[in-house]
Design a protein around this ligand. Structure first.
Ligand code: SF4
Length: 389
């Protein structure tokens, strides 16, 4: 199989020259998602849609946003021959993420307990992502070469969440997720900032959570979308900017906003009404990783104003990887595998769904977590680590 080159640099960071984040006020002027920058990221040419999803109000809005796209009817968003699975798409891996969308309806509305990052994992508004981080597990259920599926029945998702929030009542005891609110992760299988380039699902969720005083939405992101600044979350949404050393990010975080811009954006998101946390993730153990993280922590300390530091907290997540994803990556971005696939320091773990995952050996992982905690203590002592995993 031919090995296509890694995506050119201008397919990642250079797309996002976001000098000023301030979005146009609601109802005035074009939003960021209509900008040439956003259009370059998502030049949608094909929309695979379940009939009910295409006919729904949200589906019609999305199809209208991309008038040049060909709409192809599919029976189920779960299995689209030629699009899902890993075969055949490896060489188009990055392109398919920008040029193709899937519209479906979320049939199963289940909120699952978590307890680590969030109290609950909400049924998310999407599955898949238009970014292409080499370690990403998000597309695992549809094969690794697949684009964003947008769930168009967002009103059912929100109604389900409203009932769930009401059933919990107030949170009686603080925990590592939050001192006062029940935290719902709304972005387990995608990136809500990227979803907001496509439709208003993220906006609808942010607006819903601001009416629920006992609950808080939370999502991790690697993309700075200035449109989110206009949503007025009133402290009821926690945005978690994922950060890693710049060299790792340039190699691994394909199509995302550069880390320095994510860090610079933090204050504007706080001022716009978000709680702003950080995901230090994934931590990739490689020669020199401690020096690289030291640089990053110093950068956080230098750039972030006090008001961000006062409310910030972090999650530390060590890399986990997967054999199937390793095989896929060898087909489109083999250099990433030099740092991601490290049998000398990793151990296998078969997951509940039978996937062959690898993670750092217990001793390696424990030492790395200790090292990183010590570095945080030295260079960013204001950063509370909510959990390290
Ligand atoms: S931004 Fe997040 S969801 Fe998207 S590819 Fe990267 S890790 Fe996956």
């Amino acid at each position: 199989m031919p090995h296509p080159s890694p995506p050119p640099d201008d397919d990642s960071g250079a797309l996002f020259g976001l000098d000023a984040l301030t979005p146009a006020p609601a109802g005035q002027g074009p939003s960021f998602r209509d900008s040439p920058t956003a259009r370059r990221l998502l030049p949608v040419r094909e929309i695979h849609a379940e009939p009910a999803a295409a006919a729904s109000p949200r589906g019609r809005q999305i199809i209208a946003r991309f008038p040049e796209a060909r709409v192809i009817t599919v029976d189920s968003h779960w299995r689209i021959p030629g699009l899902h699975g890993n075969e055949g798409n490896v060489e188009r891996w990055v392109r398919v993420k920008g040029e193709t969308l899937v519209l479906g309806e979320r049939k199963t509305l289940t909120t699952r307990p978590n307890g680590r990052s969030a109290d609950w994992i909400a049924p998310g508004p999407s599955n898949g992502c238009a970014m292409a981080c080499a370690y990403c597990y998000v597309p695992r259920r549809k094969g690794y070469a697949n684009p964003v599926t947008v769930f168009t029945n967002i009103e059912r998702i929100i109604a389900h969440l409203a009932r769930h929030v009401a059933r919990q009542g107030p949170k009686s005891e603080p925990n590592q997720c939050d001192a006062e609110s029940w935290v719902y992760d709304i972005g387990e299988n995608g990136d809500c900032s990227v979803d907001a380039l496509i439709c208003d699902n993220t906006a609808d969720l942010v607006r819903a959570f601001r009416q629920w005083p006992t609950a808080k939405a939370s999502f991790a992101t690697k993309f700075v979308n200035p449109d989110l600044l206009a949503l007025d979350p009133r402290g009821r949404t926690r945005i978690r900017f994922s950060v890693m050393p710049a060299d790792d990010s340039r190699l691994l975080d394909v199509r995302t906003t550069p880390v320095a811009e994510r860090i610079r954006a933090a204050a504007e998101f706080l001022d716009a009404g978000y709680e702003v946390h950080f995901n230090l993730s994934p931590v990739v153990v490689r020669p020199g990783w401690q020096d690289a993280w030291t640089e990053l922590l110093k950068q956080l300390d230098d750039v972030l104003p006090q008001r961000v530091k006062r409310q910030a907290a972090a999650e530390v997540i060590m890399l986990t990887h997967n054999r199937d994803l390793h095989e896929v990556n060898l087909g489109w971005h083999p250099r990433a595998e030099d740092v991601l696939w490290r049998p000398d320091i990793q151990q296998a773990k078969r997951s509940e769904n039978g996937a062959f995952n690898v993670r750092y050996r217990n001793g390696v992982k424990a030492r790395a977590v200790d090292d990183l905690r010590a570095l945080i203590g030295r260079h960013a002592p204001w950063l509370d680590v909510r959990y390290a995993f």
